[in-house]
Write a protein of this length. Structure first.
Length: 324
């Protein structure tokens, strides 16, 4: 019985396992990151993964560790600990909680959209959840202050509720199916308010831009705008299938005798359909844009361009972390 050869200490586990320049590689990465089963792991499993990752980064390879086990530990570690601070993240704010949380909230939004108190309540629940996610997955360089958090939270909640109630009053004279799309319009509007406000500090001060080797070249507000725009697009994309497909199916089902006989199945069916959409939409929309996004130096603001030209006159492209 020979021991398997020990792993080389040169695997770069700071980067994802799959090539992030292709959509397929990014999708595989995010299917691992958003896997809801990660929520069921015990504290001991998380600590064990953390130990494996930290030992490996320090150059200690536990005997008998396989490459698959190392990557599994990395993804468990990444699912629960903040990349910049190393703190254990709030359970509901983790990417692995996105599907079960969004499935419940979106399913309820789509089920209870007919009365004003229900619209108010579910839009408020959704924005509270978004605030927790945005806070938990904030970029480590720009800590967010409680007052910024509060402003973003109140503005996004107000924006979502005003949009939802405004559209709801407009749809009274339109076909029933259109009323079902009001929650989606409200969520899209709230995302357009919530994310830029949560990350207003980045829009004011810029986010770090680096060369391809990760050397920091300066802070750019143009890069921050691009990063935030990409995040807003992928968040709206994530919500779209879950909020666009179930209403059509439910509308058809409600006309059948089956749902009239068992009306209490409405909410569980809606939540299940939303969940099915989200399991795929969440990782695929996270994968729309590379996490390490890039931008031509010529598109940056003039003073940052000048700063970069001094250090490296021939550099054409800079990179930055777009956030999630």
């Amino acid at each position: 019985q020979k021991m398997p050869p020990s792993l080389p200490a040169t695997i770069n586990i700071r980067e994802p396992r799959w090539d992030q320049s292709t959509f397929q590689g990014r999708a595989k990465h995010f299917f691992m990151v958003t896997d809801p089963r990660n929520l069921l792991l015990s504290g001991a499993t998380l600590e064990e993964a953390r130990r494996v990752v930290e030992d490996y980064r320090a150059g200690t390879v536990p005997p008998g560790l396989t490459e698959d086990q190392l990557w599994r530990a990395k993804y468990i570690y990444d699912s629960a600990f903040h990349p910049d601070t190393g703190e254990k993240m709030l359970l509901v704010g983790r990417m692995s909680a996105q599907v079960p949380m969004n499935m419940t909230i979106t399913g309820c939004m789509l089920t209870f959209y007919r009365t004003t108190p229900a619209v108010l309540f579910w839009q408020w629940v959704n924005q509270s959840f978004n605030a927790i996610v945005n806070y938990t997955n904030r970029s480590g360089d720009a800590p967010i202050t409680p007052s910024q958090l509060g402003t973003a939270y109140i503005s996004a909640t107000t924006g979502a509720v005003v949009t939802a109630l405004g559209l709801k009053s407009l749809t009274k004279r339109l076909p029933a199916i259109i009323g079902r799309y009001v929650p989606f319009a409200a969520v899209a509007a709230a995302n357009c308010i919530n994310i830029p406000l949560m990350r207003q500090r980045e829009l004011k001060l810029g986010i770090p831009v680096t060369d391809e080797n990760g050397n920091r070249l300066g802070e750019s507000t143009a890069a921050a705008q691009k990063a935030i725009f990409q995040v807003v697009v992928s968040r709206i994309g994530m919500a779209a299938p879950a909020m666009a497909i179930p209403p059509v199916i439910m509308n058809a089902l409600e006309k059948r005798a089956f749902l009239k006989r068992y009306p209490y199945l409405n909410a569980p069916l809606q939540v299940g359909l939303v969940g099915l959409c989200l399991v795929f939409a969440t990782p695929l929309c996270c994968a729309l844009f590379p996490q390490k996004s890039s931008m031509a130096v010529s598109r940056l603001e003039p003073e940052v361009q000048a700063q970069i030209r001094e250090k490296d006159p021939w550099l054409e492209t800079v990179y930055f972390n777009k956030g999630l």
